[in-house]
Design a protein around this ligand. Sequence first.
Ligand code: BYC
Length: 330
Amino acid sequence: MYAQLVETGAKRLKTMEEMSPEEREFQEKVDAETKIEPKNWMPEGYRKTLVRQISQHAHSEVVGMLPEGNWVTRAPTLKRKLQLMAKIQDEAGHGLYLYSAMETLGADRDEEIEKLHQGKAKYSSIFNYPTLNWADMGAVGWLVDGAAIVNQVVLQRTSYGPYSRAMVRICKEESFHQRQGYQILLDMMREGTEEQKAMVQDAINRLWWPSLMMFGPHDDESPNSQQSMAWKIKRKSNDELRQMFIDQTVPQLEFLGCTAPDPDLKFNEETGHYDFGEIDWQEFYDVLKGNGPCNRERINTRKKAIDEGAWVREAAVAYAKKQKQRAQAA
Ligand code: BYC
């Protein structure tokens, strides 16, 4: 019934009656679960919201390679090194599908990446935390990819066709990532020394709360949710997804024989869900403002990679031009 935000002092969604015929037809299509495709008419706000979310999602995949890249040379065995490299390459691939999905909305990849480098575009807060020991590779795979999957499984049903289709493949790969992360922790807990077991608990203690922050602010503090839910860009709210993640993760935590750094975490017999403590939102917003432990390091590393890779891109373009000229001459 309500589907587009209008300014009325307090923001509220436009009613169907208040919409233009094009907006109404668009909303009816969304309500009927028909996917929106690149050449279809769409409200400018819908396009902008998608460019914002998909570009941030792509930036997260690419920046998300850095905390793991830190451990490639120090992986404990050849098998672990190969698995970690495969995972990191998958994240690069996810970034590429997502940038391509974003380009179908008329956005320019270089411009969006430049916004990231200037600190104008966000990426997931979680990647601003350091990865201090090998158990962090397990905890990132299990908790961070685990949280990402909960969010992304639902995004497979997002209303924009190219985004939804990109999510299908990404989710398959994320499942492997989550599994390999959990296996690292399981092996350390089953076969490790006391010191290695302590490393696992330490990694969980540091990454638990930041993983819960990945789902974004509470629903009533989330400025984009109401409109994104009406347009079915988002299919479940930030708080619903966070609860789903907790409910599926706590039994896995118990199976590991570890604990969460949350004294309020407890199964609630009445609701059938786990109750949990309040997130430190001050920390969340500080990280978003660029003041997390690794924000500057992450952006500087990305800028350096772009600068140092310029010759590769130039060579690829020159080669493509030459090939085209040859094909035209033949
Ligand atoms: N971090 O109104 P809200 C991965 C921002 S990577 C930073 O709720 P929305 C992986 C939000 O952008 C997976 N910023 O926003 C890769 C907004 O700011 P703007 C990454 C956050 O968009 C490598 C403001 O806060 N997944 O899997 O409706 C290795 C207000 O929030 C965060 C995705 O990107 C945050 N955690 O909902 C391993 C999923 N939370 O833009 C693993 C796609 C909120 O208005 N994205 N903000 O200035 C989404 O589903 C949604 O964008 C969010 C936020 C649920 C994240």
